[in-house]
Write a protein that binds this ligand. Sequence first.
Ligand code: LLP
Length: 419
Amino acid sequence: MHHFSYKDNEMYCEEVPIQVIAEKVGTPFYLYSHATLKRHFLAFQHAFEGTQRLVCYSAKANSNLAVMSLIAGLGGGLDIVSGGELYRGLKAGFSPNKIVYSGVGKRLDEIDLALEHGVLMLNVESLEELKAIDQRAGLLNKRAPIAIRVNPDVDSRTHPYISTGLKKNKFGINAEAAMEGYKLAREMEHIDIVGIDCHIGSQITRVQPFEDALGSVKKLVNDLKEMRIDIKYLDMGGGLGITYDDESPPHPDEYAKAIVRSLKDASLHLILEPGRVIVGNAGILVTRVLYRKSGDIKKFVIADAAMNDLIRPTLYGAYHAIQPVVQSTGKTIVADVVGPICETGDFLAVDREIPDVKQGDLLAVMSAGAYGFTMSSNYCSRLKVAEVMVKDDGFHVVRDRQTYEDLMAGESIPDFFDQ
Ligand code: LLP
């Protein structure tokens, strides 16, 4: 069952008419379906049934406190990439021993925070970082559980900005350096080797790249075994794609089957870090049409949401379906759907066939639950939008729209301006 669907030509989220929320909350706003979030997380979790696994939801996809707390309540773990995500994760109720910390550039204060709280493991991405972690653990009188992130040199055939497993990418270290790293780590006084990690990219729509990556990682695990270094956790990262337009990514079941098959007899505890596949299609961005105009060669629909609210079309040329919240005539136009920002790159859709909308109509920008709000900014001093969650026939504002005061919070004018 799809939780954003039409009843009598009007789009509902679960049992709530989206128009009703728009009247109450104003536009634009992100809207999440509780039932969809729950279904997606549990489907992913169940796909690996029978295997020792921990599903660590990737906070970067959508770090709203309510979204994260829902996942924590379902028994999920968390994949974080900053001290801020750790802070949010703990507030949302994740237990620290279900949190994995990835990222190429962890600051010392962030490493300290992770060690103090006792996260499950730190995924190390360079030998310098390994040394820093050992040092910090020594200073704090703690032991640091680590995995090394291997770059398996696999082409995930996704957008170049979100492919991470190629030699030329900044992520992880190659197999040889990883062996070196494990040897070093074994000698370090405050390090516990607990895992191995890889993440090859995002919005991946085939299983083959995952199987290839797993092949390389397993080979390393065996080499390590020969050196008497035993690995407990194998972290496969995230990356499973979703349908935005006409993609047909594997279902989590198929993805899980392929991974479990490739793992075979290796008695490893799997860690997975899905982000987009959990939240992407559980959220939309609702925006109102401000104006329409026809240029010499193009029609423009000017919406009140802009690239600062959803940057994916601008940054990656990403496709997001745009649907009317209230269906009317069935007549369509071809137009650019643009925002109010002073940049040509400020668009939600280009040359798109959309319904012949009128001023004041509401539009739903679909599949916007992942990397939507989290990548939004205050560019042009636009207020960050509200976020709303629906459950059954009720809704709750899970993040207030910013106010003009919020915009300048923490800013001040120096005293020396008076001199
Ligand atoms: N684990 C690690 C180490 C990651 O770097 C990422 C995503 C994930 C897990 C989650 O990947 P997912 O399951 O969501 O594909 N802003 C881009 C996506 C960037 C992904 C960055 N890393 C977008 O809007 O498409």
